[in-house]
Design a protein around this ligand. Structure first.
Ligand SMILES: Nc1nc2c(ncn2[C@@H]2O[C@H](COP(=O)(O)OP(=O)(O)OP(=O)(O)O)[C@@H](O)[C@H]2O)c(=O)[nH]1
Ligand SMILES: [Mg+2]
Length: 287
């Protein structure tokens, strides 16, 4: 059977994602060939063709001797994000309509858990995260010191941003620390690496303001965390997908409070012997 005529029916099972690589459509089972036992680098991308064309050729094929492979999740880009992904030899998950970066990441997590990836790394498509730092980022996870390695521009470096952005990062970190009692220095940074076993345990709901929700879920469920110094550069091309400052600030704060409130309710229900639901994981298992 030619690769182009391979069935895609299984691929549509996970949130309608259509999977492909440079050879043609892939099924979820075939995805395992490229990702099982490996480090999966999951990149959500919305209208990032120019950035991906520059970023993807620099992605490593192994980190500390462990093979690595890239999955780009594109939901409804109007540009050639899909073509840039496939031309660079990465695997593409395409969603029929735009759902937000958090929703795109959940599809990536579900696919990588199903494909049997060992470690999942998330990074941005816009060139703000450096492929050269991936090895340093995954090191605590590969060494078994932490289940989640969180990149921190505060411990590392950041190209100067707007005052509002820097103030926001500081306030969000303080809020996470106040609510969870854990010191994190860069809760809005989605450059992170994790053991894939942790993913089905998390209740992730945010379509857009997902970075801190993920962290709070991991912390409040007792997963071990280590921060790693990383650089955050300026976006290379195109425009930020973030909403205006005030809406972003409110949305992000609400996401933090929401994730923390759920953890408080969960602690109560677990004490009473009731298991909490895990929407995306349950959906993923039922497919
Ligand atoms: N698939 C998908 N990816 C998205 C969506 N929104 C944002 N992203 C990706 O998520 C990553 C981060 O998005 P950005 O808009 O750059 O947000 P940011 O890096 O936090 O903000 P800036 O510092 O302003 O660039 C990029 O790779 C985006 O392409 C979306 O709706 N769908
Ligand atoms: Mg960005």
């Amino acid at each position: 059977m030619s690769p182009l005529s391979r069935p895609v029916s299984l691929a549509t099972a996970i949130d309608g994602a259509l999977l492909s690589d440079a050879r043609g459509p892939l099924s979820v089972d075939e995805l395992a060939e490229g990702f099982a036992g490996r480090i999966a680098i999951v990149i959500p991308a919305y209208n990032e063709s120019q950035n991906l064309a520059e970023l993807l050729p620099h992605m490593p094929s192994q980190l500390a001797g462990v093979p690595a492979a890239v999955l780009v999740v594109d939901d409804g880009s109007a540009d050639d994000t899909a073509g840039a992904t496939l031309r660079a030899g990465a695997v593409l998950a395409c969603l029929p309509e735009n759902r937000g970066g958090g929703a795109a990441l959940r599809v990536g997590y579900a696919l990588m858990v199903q494909a049997g990836a060992d470690v999942v790394v998330t990074m941005d498509a816009d060139g703000q995260h450096r492929p050269e730092e991936l090895a340093r980022l995954v090191e605590p996870v590969l060494a078994g010191r932490a289940q989640l390695a969180q990149g921190s521009r505060i411990l590392g470096s950041a190209e100067p941003g707007t005052f509002a952005r820097e103030l926001g990062i500081d306030l969000f970190n303080r809020l996470v620390r106040l609510l969870t009692g854990v010191v994190v220095t860069d809760c809005s940074n989605s450059f992170r690496a994790m053991r894939s076993e942790l993913l089905p345990e998390l209740e992730l709901l945010q379509p857009q303001f997902h970075a801190a929700e993920f962290l709070i879920e991991a912390i409040t469920r007792g997963f071990s965390l280590e921060e790693v110094p990383v650089s955050v550069l300026r976006r290379q091309h195109g425009r930020s997908k973030k909403p205006a400052t005030l809406r972003y600030g409110l949305g992000f704060s609400w996401a933090i409070i929401g994730a923390w409130s759920r953890s408080v309710v969960r602690r109560g229900t677990v004490r009473r012997g009731i298991r909490s639901a895990k929407p995306w994981a349950a959906q993923h298992r039922s497919t």
